[in-house]
Design a protein around this ligand. Structure first.
Ligand code: FES
Length: 378
């Protein structure tokens, strides 16, 4: 396939959503972290000036939302400068944080810089599980951060990654979010990429757990009657159809990694045979419109069977390219979550093991530098 064949049925619009992963450094060690498992090989972070240039180029391209993420973005002491520049350029700005490193002073500085929105992550409703899953003592701190956010007048947006080890606490998790005054709560089931894929056997909930959790969430929706918006995101392994990943490859999302690689999604760099230039090598406009990596899976022209003749191909675009590579060893294959995929059995086997409560012998792997280096050479 040449790079342009993927463009046949696609009209390329601008990136609307910029995700600035400003650092992979993180004080937490979450077992479901979505950073690439080989992150320790990409530690050469862009400078402040380079990030400011990225923001300007993305805005000039047409991006309107800018998320600052990591790792833990608060570990960059120039975060306020970046937020201020994004705000000045007219972005709607969002910070995705564990809360570690957020003091009253930094809260005030981020507010003054024009930050529009903060999403605070928790691991669980109990100190024991929160601190175990992140391998840190951060539960009490997160609660204090929740209060600081409210004091600054930001809407409280809370995010909890849901999986086998905390899904049965969902009632208490929702109650905690309500007590902290959250306006939005995202209960996002772990998707099996990166560290979560390494730990999939421990993290995958059974169908019964999932149904119970959804029913409890529905009950709370009725009880709260609009006081708090609850989003429940199912794991795609349990869905009948694949997700339209990133709303389409190179369609609206643009991720910049800490070392400046421009990607259609945060894990695309693992796909073999594709090159993704960094913002040090090329400007964002030429990367977005003309690079091989961004054009490889745009539209539907790249598809082979069973996707090519599927009547749902425009709806799901064949699912997720990274998942196709991880589970079928072919990034151009149908996402194995799809029942039509010849590799769908891999997904069914993982769900069946979860239903039967068969846990792997391998212990949980906590995200960390030494593990990252080990995984990138194994
Ligand atoms: Fe890379 Fe889905 S996460 S395409």
């Amino acid at each position: 396939m040449n790079a342009l064949s993927g463009l046949k049925s696609a009209v390329v619009g601008p990136p609307l959503w910029l995700l600035a992963e400003v650092t992979y450094r993180c004080p937490l060690h979450c077992v479901f972290c979505y950073n690439p498992t080989d992150y320790a090989r990409h530690e050469d972070e862009l400078s402040t000036d380079e990030w400011l240039r990225v923001l300007r180029e993305a805005r000039a391209l047409g991006a309107v939302q800018c998320g600052f993420s990591g790792g833990e973005p608060l570990l960059r002491d120039d975060l306020e400068l970046m937020v201020a520049e994004a705000h000045r350029l007219g972005f709607y700005t969002n910070l995705l944080t564990s809360g570690v490193g957020l003091t009253e002073e930094r809260c005030a500085a981020l507010k003054a810089a024009g930050l529009d929105h903060i999403q605070l992550s928790f691991q669980d409703s109990s100190r024991e599980v929160n601190d175990f899953l992140s391998s840190t003592k951060t539960f009490a701190l997160k609660q204090r951060v929740g209060e600081m956010l409210k004091a600054q007048g930001w809407p409280m947006v809370m995010n909890v990654v849901i999986h086998r080890l905390n899904i049965d606490h969902i009632d208490r998790i929702i109650a905690m979010a309500h007590e902290l005054g959250a306006e939005y709560l995202e209960l996002a089931n772990s998707q099996y990429y990166s560290w979560a894929l390494e730990n999939r056997g421990h993290l995958m909930p059974s169908r019964a757990q999932l149904q119970r959790a959804e029913a409890i969430t529905d009950e709370w929706r009725r009880k709260l009657d609009g006081q708090m918006k609850l989003f429940f995101v199912s794991p795609d392994y349990h869905e009948a159809r694949p997700k339209k990943c990133m709303n389409g490859w190179g369609n609206v999302f643009l991720t910049i990694t800490p070392d400046g690689a421009a990607l259609p999604c945060h894990t695309a760099r693992m796909l073999p045979g594709l090159s993704f230039p960094t913002v040090r090598e090329r400007d964002l406009k030429s990367i977005w419109y003309d690079s091989e990596g961004f054009n490889a899976y745009r539209g539907t022209g790249w598809m082979k069977e069973p996707c090519a003749s599927c009547d749902k191909k425009e709806e799901d675009l064949g699912g997720c390219r990274c998942q196709a590579y991880m589970l079928a060893k072919d990034a151009a294959a149908a996402d194995p979550v799809c029942a039509k995929s010849p590799q769908h059995g891999v997904v069914q086997a993982a769900v069946a093991a979860a239903d039967a409560g068969r846990l792997p012998e391998q212990p949980l792997i906590f995200r960390g530098r030494a593990e990252s280096l080990r995984l990138s050479t194994s």
